[in-house]
Write a protein that binds this ligand. Sequence first.
Ligand SMILES: [Mg+2]
Length: 226
Amino acid sequence: MTHCPADVQRLLADATHVLFDFDGPICSIFAGLPAPTVAAALRDYIGPLGIDLPGHIMSESDPLEILRHAASAGPMVAETVEAGLRGLELQAALRAAPTPHADAAIHQLHTSGRRLAVVSNNSDAAIKVYIDHRDLSGYFAAISARTLFQDPALLKPHVHLIIEAIKRLDAAPSRCVLIGDSVTDIQAAIKAGVPGIGYANTPAKEYSLAEAGAHAVINDMAQLIP
Ligand SMILES: [Mg+2]
């Protein structure tokens, strides 16, 4: 692990394709519609279905963890909760807070001739709404994200979404680099043979991303500007 910008630039110099996780590196999707509010709304969807909600799910604030729990009760429950989450993420996307310097990094990496993709556990619809809203759609050659009826087991840390992005970009994994703010991003990148750059907005994240095997860790998206 290194914090040295020169090493980030060396990783980028080898990369023809840059894969961005969405929530964190590009924006804070739940800045205006907080994640705990979304998680509570999803629990309300599950309640009438007669599904048991254990204590740790009652206090869970990550909507994707609620979706994973719903999926353990079967595909019908998963689809119901996914549809609810999809709608809430669409509302959240319009109130999301852009990550500082993310738009500039995306613009500059695209201008430098690299092909870019989003690889995210958030719904593809919410990502499209956000990047359209920010006038960023022209910069991304692919969006590999949660789709309708997708098995939550195929979300990161599973390698599936990264492999899909690489295929759609027609890229070699070793010539890609993934920017992610979660341990699960780095774990998925390693499984795909893609170097991972951690984006850490807290010292705790810096440590955990490095421990997970990030090739470098940045704390400002401006550090990606070539
Ligand atoms: Mg993230």
